[in-house]
Design a protein around this ligand. Structure first.
Ligand SMILES: Nc1ncnc2c1ncn2[C@@H]1O[C@H](COP(=O)(O)OP(=O)(O)OP(=O)(O)O)[C@@H](O)[C@H]1O
Length: 673
């Protein structure tokens, strides 16, 4: 059939020019005429219009009042059919749908040509249309796709008999072949559209983001996931330069440069991690990105997934790791926070300031000679503040080469400078929610002082090599043994930073000004070292204690610690004695009544130190501690806890004091009796 049609079509095309139809046999002439009708009538139409033309011409060609083309109402079932074009007497009528069982179409839809020359009404008395129209005859043929699958059917019918006529059948078959071809084409078109729609839905609704862009990273198309992740509105997509969403940090720029270079070379980028900023709110997003150049080389197709949560987790891990390293360092240095010993007015005045400022968030500047307990005081302020359960992070600014102070304080991005292999979390970030203690603040390089000032004023900073500001909630405590006013005069310290830090100054007295504190410290430190070294020392020799009290201690408590630690290690009895030779060899010893010498270095130029002579009779460490606690209890009216309690005076935790009182047998009755 199709071979004949092909040759006939050619014949029609030729016939109009150089072939005389009267030379051909009769059947072929009929066929040619029918084909001409179809070709001319339907040449420029498709779909519904095509079928309407077809049924009109068919009815005329075979001489019937009625003709239709029908398809199945629902694909996959043959129980119901509906017309796609219906010719009724002298015009196109409304399409209709019907159940094929019990109608002349029933056999046709099952694949058989069916001709009822007459008697249709009698044979199908329940077919409403047949009865209504008074149908007498019927001719129907199935319409099949090239694989033989029935897609629908073509039928002509009439209220007059339709005798068997080869010519009519031939013409009918030609129309049927054309109708079948159009129906098959429509079906294919429909399937194509449906699959395109499915693909579009898949593309649009895919959980993975897809973007098509040119080699300058101008986007052409983006699916919903891409819009959602990048914070874009659909109308912002065409022409948007993807690179404009990459932050201006060395690391982010390098990554995107490398990714684009490899796409430009025609290679895939598989799974690179890129950092972007959302278009709508500038928030950072991290994407794992795959790009593939299109075969033409002009566009790339990219897909990406949002891994921001994962990256943030990694960063938090890095922060915790940094915190861990920091804490490990901290653990190595033993702190005795609750053991601020001393009752000299100079120390009590400093402790009173600690109490007053601890509860506020004010910056504190602790000044004093080396070894006077500045760090101890900083820790005491933090412990008594509302931030006590958050970290206290310390940085000794003098312990680092000046080039590293900035990155140590503020962290750095990967690749911020040569050697910055990975991103580093700075001490300010570690201290978030807590306190940062900047020891030796006078050593901070001028360029870093600017950044410090910004944190103090605005509570934000940027990592070295980073563009995005990082907000922090950190209380700053700084300490120095240098004369900052002098440094300001010399142009080495910023005045504005000084005033910001100096909101609440706490000057710590040197040990030589702490009248009466040396014996207390001696007893505390000797018992601490004895326990550590594992020796039993019950008292300190009278002469030794006098010498210790007389000495001017330019290195303050740290120097006292060193001397006592050495003495404890060398001790050979329950009474600690220090050879007078040791004092003779020490630079700052002074005879009783003599003015104390000034400590070495520029900071020694301070006010003349007061004399600190010790006249306490020799007693055991235990007795001394007992007396000391009793004195504090008396002073506090036997109140242990609270701001004016004995524990506060002694710089001890209330529970520690209670357990010591119990151990030493101190009770109020004892006092009252
Ligand atoms: N009042 C005190 N009671 C008990 N121990 C103290 C007291 N003050 C300081 N110390 C001890 O003295 C040592 C030195 O103190 P710290 O490190 O706080 O001094 P610093 O002023 O910060 O020193 P530097 O200026 O050298 O950094 C520490 O071991 C500390 O525990």
């Amino acid at each position: 059939m199709s071979e004949r049609r092909t040759s006939s079509t050619n014949a029609v095309e030729k016939g109009t020019s150089d072939c005389d139809p009267s030379d051909l046999p009769g059947g072929v002439v009929e066929e040619l005429a029918a084909l001409r009708v179809i070709v001319q009538g339907t040449a420029h139409s498709t779909g519904a219009e095509f079928f309407q033309t077809l049924v009109r011409h068919l009815a005329h060609a075979v001489g019937t009042h009625f003709a239709f083309v029908a398809e199945f109402a629902s694909p996959g079932t043959r129980t119901r059919a509906r017309t796609v074009a219906f010719w009724s007497r002298d015009g196109i009528a409304e399409n209709f749908e019907w159940t094929v069982a019990g109608t002349p179409c029933e056999d046709v839809v099952h694949g058989r040509l069916c001709h009822h020359p007459s008697g249709v009404r009698q044979s199908f008395p329940h077919d409403r249309l047949v009865v209504e129209l008074g149908i007498e005859s019927y001719l129907g043929v199935p319409l099949c796709d090239p694989e033989g699958k029935v897609l629908g059917h073509l039928a002509v019918f009439d209220d007059r008999p339709m005798p068997e006529e080869p010519r009519r059948l031939l013409i009918f078959r030609i129309f049927a072949a054309r109708a079948a071809a159009e129906l098959a084409r429509l079906r294919l078109e429909w399937e194509l559209r449906a699959s395109e729609e499915r693909l579009r839905d898949l593309y649009e609704e895919a959980p993975i983001a897809y973007v098509k862009e040119d080699l300058q990273s101008r986007s052409i198309r983006a699916n919903h996931a891409a819009l959602r992740i990048l914070g874009l509105r659909p109308e912002e997509v065409p022409g948007l330069v993807g690179r404009s969403l990459v932050p201006d940090t060395p690391d982010a720029q390098r990554r995107v440069r490398e990714a684009f270079a490899s796409v430009g070379r025609g290679t895939d980028t598989s799974g690179v991690v890129l950092e972007f900023r959302r278009k709508d709110n500038g928030k950072p997003v991290w994407l794992q990105w795959w790009s593939k150049p299109e075969p033409g080389g002009k566009y790339t197709r990219s897909m990406f997934v949002d891994i921001t949560d994962h990256v943030l987790m990694e960063q938090e891990k890095a922060r915790l790791a940094a915190e861990n390293v920091y804490l490990q360092e901290e653990i190595k240095s033993v702190h005795n926070f609750d053991e601020i010993v001393g009752q000299s007015p100079a120390l009590l005045e400093a402790l009173d300031k600690v109490n007053r400022v601890a509860g506020t968030d004010a910056s504190v500047l602790i000044t004093g000679e080396t070894g006077t307990g500045k760090e101890l005081i900083a820790r005491a302020i933090h412990s008594a503040s509302r931030r006590h359960d958050k970290p206290l992070i310390k940085l000794n600014c003098a312990a680092l080469p000046s080039g590293l102070v900035e990155s140590e304080l503020f962290g750095h991005e990967r690749g911020a400078f040569s050697g910055a292999i990975s991103r580093r979390v700075g001490r300010f970030e570690l201290a978030h929610g807590g306190t940062i203690f900047l020891d030796e603040i006078g050593e901070v390089p001028l360029e870093v002082q600017v950044k410090l000032l910004r944190v103090l004023q605005e509570r934000e900073f940027e990592r070295v090599g980073g563009a995005a500001p990082i907000k922090v909630d950190v209380r700053v405590i700084a300490a120095t043994n240098r004369d900052l006013v002098k440094l300001i005069r010399e142009g080495k310290f910023r005045e504005d930073l000084f005033y910001r830090l100096n909101v609440f100054p706490i000057p710590l007295p040197p040990l030589r000004d702490r009248e009466g504190d040396v014996p207390l410290l001696v007893h505390l430190l000797v018992s601490r070292f004895a326990a550590r070294v594992g020796v039993r020392i019950e008292s300190v020799g009278k002469a030794t204690l006098e010498r210790l009290s007389r000495y001017s201690w330019p290195g303050n408590i740290r120097e006292l610690e060193n001397v006592l630690e050495r003495a404890v290690i060398l001790s050979n009895g329950p009474t600690l004695e220090i050879d007078p030779e040791v004092f003779a060899s020490m630079p700052a010893d002074r005879p009783p009544g003599a003015n104390p010498p000034r400590p070495p270095g520029p900071e020694g130029e301070g006010p003349a130190a007061t004399r600190a002579r010790r006249t306490t009779p020799l007693e055991s460490l235990e007795a001394n501690t007992q007396n000391h606690i009793l004195a504090a209890l008396e002073l506090a009216g036997w109140i242990i806890d609270g701001p004016n309690g004995a524990a506060k005076i002694l710089g001890l935790h209330a529970n520690t004091l209670r357990s010591r009182m119990k151990k030493l047998g101190i009770a109020r009755e004892t006092h009252e009796s």
